[in-house]
Design a protein around this ligand. Structure first.
Ligand code: ATP
Ligand code: MG
Length: 217
């Protein structure tokens, strides 16, 4: 599903990624671990097409992403990739269901179809009675589950998450991790997750260790 070959990235004189190779199969949950500054977020942003590498190739579903124009790349990202960040980045003025709909609206889905799908997803994630709550009327765990629903709404090929439970207490973190496993088991959803959480790394199918801009294990 994903294949990265010799990804390099520098900021000025600073080499951040020094030739990263990674393959991810459909339905796999891969976690990326490593010390602060190892280059995990930089790599995730490149794999998630938010940033472009200086050199190297990235294929998702056999599409070579460096060949796409910025416009085609943002369409691809909207349809095929979901993101979950450490902080939920929900829009404060919008309700849970409206937040979840936004990527579907960007993809051109009608309001009624988007709202139906968003409501289904929120119900699936245990938020049936919270769909009209705004982010500040939700707990941290609930906010993060809304962010998961938003990541899922366009049926993405891949979900990338950067420290998704970094801001949650241990009970909510465990619930979120179990949700990832359920989405993999029930829908064959593929995940690439950067985490400092050992429990999540242990639950995942495969863990890669980054050190100084390389995958070392
Ligand atoms: N836009 C940028 N300009 C310059 N340097 C950057 C930029 N983004 C990241 N870096 C540097 O790249 C290195 C890797 O950063 P990155 O955010 O990928 O680390 P990380 O492994 O995600 O760390 P953490 O676990 O703390 O989140 C760091 O030394 C950081 O200072
Ligand atoms: Mg990081």
């Amino acid at each position: 599903m994903l294949k990265a070959n010799s990804i390099h990235k520098s900021y000025g004189q600073l080499q951040i990624l020094k030739g990263v190779d990674l393959e991810v199969q459909q339905g796999e949950i891969v976690t990326i671990v490593g010390a602060s500054g190892a280059g995990k977020s930089s790599l995730l942003n490149i794999l998630g097409t938010l940033d472009r590498p200086d050199s190297g190739q990235l294929f998702i579903n056999n599409i070579e992403l460096s060949k796409l124009s910025n416009k085609n790349l943002s369409d691809f990202r909207n349809r095929e990739i979901g993101f979950i960040f450490q902080f939920h980045h929900l829009l404060a003025e919008f309700t849970a269901v409206e937040n979840v709909c936004i990527p579907a609206f960007i993809a051109g889905t009608s309001r009624s179809d988007a709202e139906r799908k968003a409501t289904e997803l929120l119900e699936l994630l245990g938020l049936k009675d919270r769909i009209n709550h705004k982010p500040n009327e939700l707990s941290g765990g609930e906010q993060q589950r809304v962010a998961v629903a938003r990541a899922l709404i366009n049926n993405p090929a891949l979900i990338f998450a950067d420290e998704p439970s970094g801001n949650l207490d241990s009970v909510n973190a465990l619930e979120l991790h179990e949700l990832f496993i359920k989405l993999r088991n029930d829908f064959n959803q593929t995940f690439v997750i950067v985490t400092h959480n050992e429990d999540l790394a242990n639950l995942s199918d495969r863990t890669v260790l980054m050190k100084d801009g390389l995958i070392v294990q």
